[in-house]
Design a protein around this ligand. Structure first.
Ligand code: ACO
Length: 352
């Protein structure tokens, strides 16, 4: 048989890679289409805390063009208008400048909300004028925006702290968490918590599982949740495995839980159907898990990034769940498409 030339092999590999990439992107687009269509049916006002950022301006322009959201860019008007022109965008941005005008009602709100947490009026005034994450959080609280997006230019904890302090968690929630949706060729998984709770106990893990399952439903995915560990249903008895195991007990006792959930289990047990059904036929899951709840932030954050970079998943997130109002904190270095994706999710969140 003729020996295949290196060039032919490379060409073949490239074709296979292109096909794989297309399939993956196709799945991701399909998932986002559900959300974007919903967003377009009733676009909401989204405050973009980093309004002077070039990527934010591009994303805002696209959001308007696609009829997904009504973006409000927070920042200096002249800077934003100049950048819009330099970028050649045919777009008339809505801008709010915290440094212009009094914003007394925003300062009052922040001061009243945080005066017993050590904040003085002078400090409240400074935060409203100088930290757009506080400004955007109060804007959402006052009903002047329906959702906020931030995080491109700050470290994640610095961007997250203002909305946690000002907006806080929903009535039925005590903890926020960051969820990534990862799409592969033929499957989708929701990973949590990837960004917020450093060392969650069983109560936190149980709550995060519920929030993540709700989020999956928003993408028309029927959730099947697995609490992950290095142990399969009691195969190891150490302190670390008790938290996910106890979280499963909490969820099994909760009458509001209407989705299958089980664990503790190893990641491959959760994801490979035969491993689950042949060895652990008693498990509640009737198929591979699509909601993966990691035992702590190290595992969650490392796990989703390994899946994304080595497993070749398309990642959408981090989507912040458990908050009282829609707040989305991007990662530094995220791209325009990430902003547009999260803004779309934020609009659907605001609609609900
Ligand atoms: N859920 C909801 N609210 C919370 C949570 C939580 N998990 N944690 C803290 N809060 C609230 C507190 O109740 C507090 O409210 P209060 O001031 O009204 O009482 C407010 O947030 C601030 O809490 P602090 O304890 O002062 O803030 P802390 O310094 O602990 O910050 C934070 C909280 C930012 C979430 C912190 O836990 C953290 O840094 N987490 C890890 C973030 C991170 O590094 N992620 C990984 C990298 S990011 C990435 O890869 C995208």
């Amino acid at each position: 048989a003729a020996i295949e030339s290196g060039a032919a092999r490379t060409e073949r590999d490239l074709d296979a890679y292109r096909e794989e990439l297309e399939a993956r992107l196709g799945k991701s687009r399909e998932m986002m289409r559900v959300v974007m269509n919903k967003a377009q049916s009733d676009p909401k006002r989204v405050a973009l805390a980093e309004g002077e950022n070039e990527k934010t301006i591009r994303a805002a322009s696209q959001l308007v063009e696609d009829g997904i959201a009504e973006p409000v860019l927070i920042g200096r008007r002249d800077h934003i208008l100049q950048k819009t022109e330099e970028l050649g965008l045919d777009f008339d941005p809505v801008v709010v400048n915290p440094r212009e005008g009094e914003w007394t009602h925003y300062v009052d709100y922040l001061y009243e909300h945080r005066q017993r947490k050590g904040l003085t009026r002078t400090e409240a005034n400074e935060l409203i004028r100088q930290d757009s994450n506080y400004f955007a959080s109060v804007m959402v609280e006052m009903g002047d925006a329906d959702a906020m997006l931030t995080g491109l230019t700050n470290h994640y904890p610095s961007a997250l702290r203002p909305p946690l302090q000002v907006i806080g968690t929903a009535e039925n929630a005590n903890y926020a968490a960051g969820v990534y949706m990862l799409t592969f060729r033929n499957r989708v998984v929701f990973c949590a918590d990837t960004t917020v709770n450093l060392d969650p106990d069983e109560e936190v893990l149980a709550e995060v599982t519920k929030h993540t399952a709700e989020l999956a439903k928003r993408f028309n995915v029927e959730p099947r949740a697995a609490l992950l560990s290095y142990s399969d249903f009691g195969s190891v008895e150490t302190e670390g495995v008790r938290k996910p195991r106890n979280a499963v007990n909490i969820l099994h006792d909760d009458p509001d839980v209407d989705f299958p959930v089980d664990g503790e289990m190893q990641a491959d047990t959760a994801l490979v159907e035969e491993m689950l059904t042949e060895t652990y036929e008693f498990a509640e899951l009737d198929g591979p898990a699509n909601v993966l709840v990691f035992p702590n932030l190290e595992a969650g954050n490392i796990g989703y990034k390994v899946l994304q970079r080595l497993g070749g998943a398309e990642a959408i997130g981090p989507m912040l769940v458990g908050m009282d109002k829609p707040v989305y904190v991007l990662q530094r270095g995220d791209e325009v498409k990430d902003i547009v994706n999260l803004a779309s999710v934020a609009v659907v969140d605001a609609q609900e």
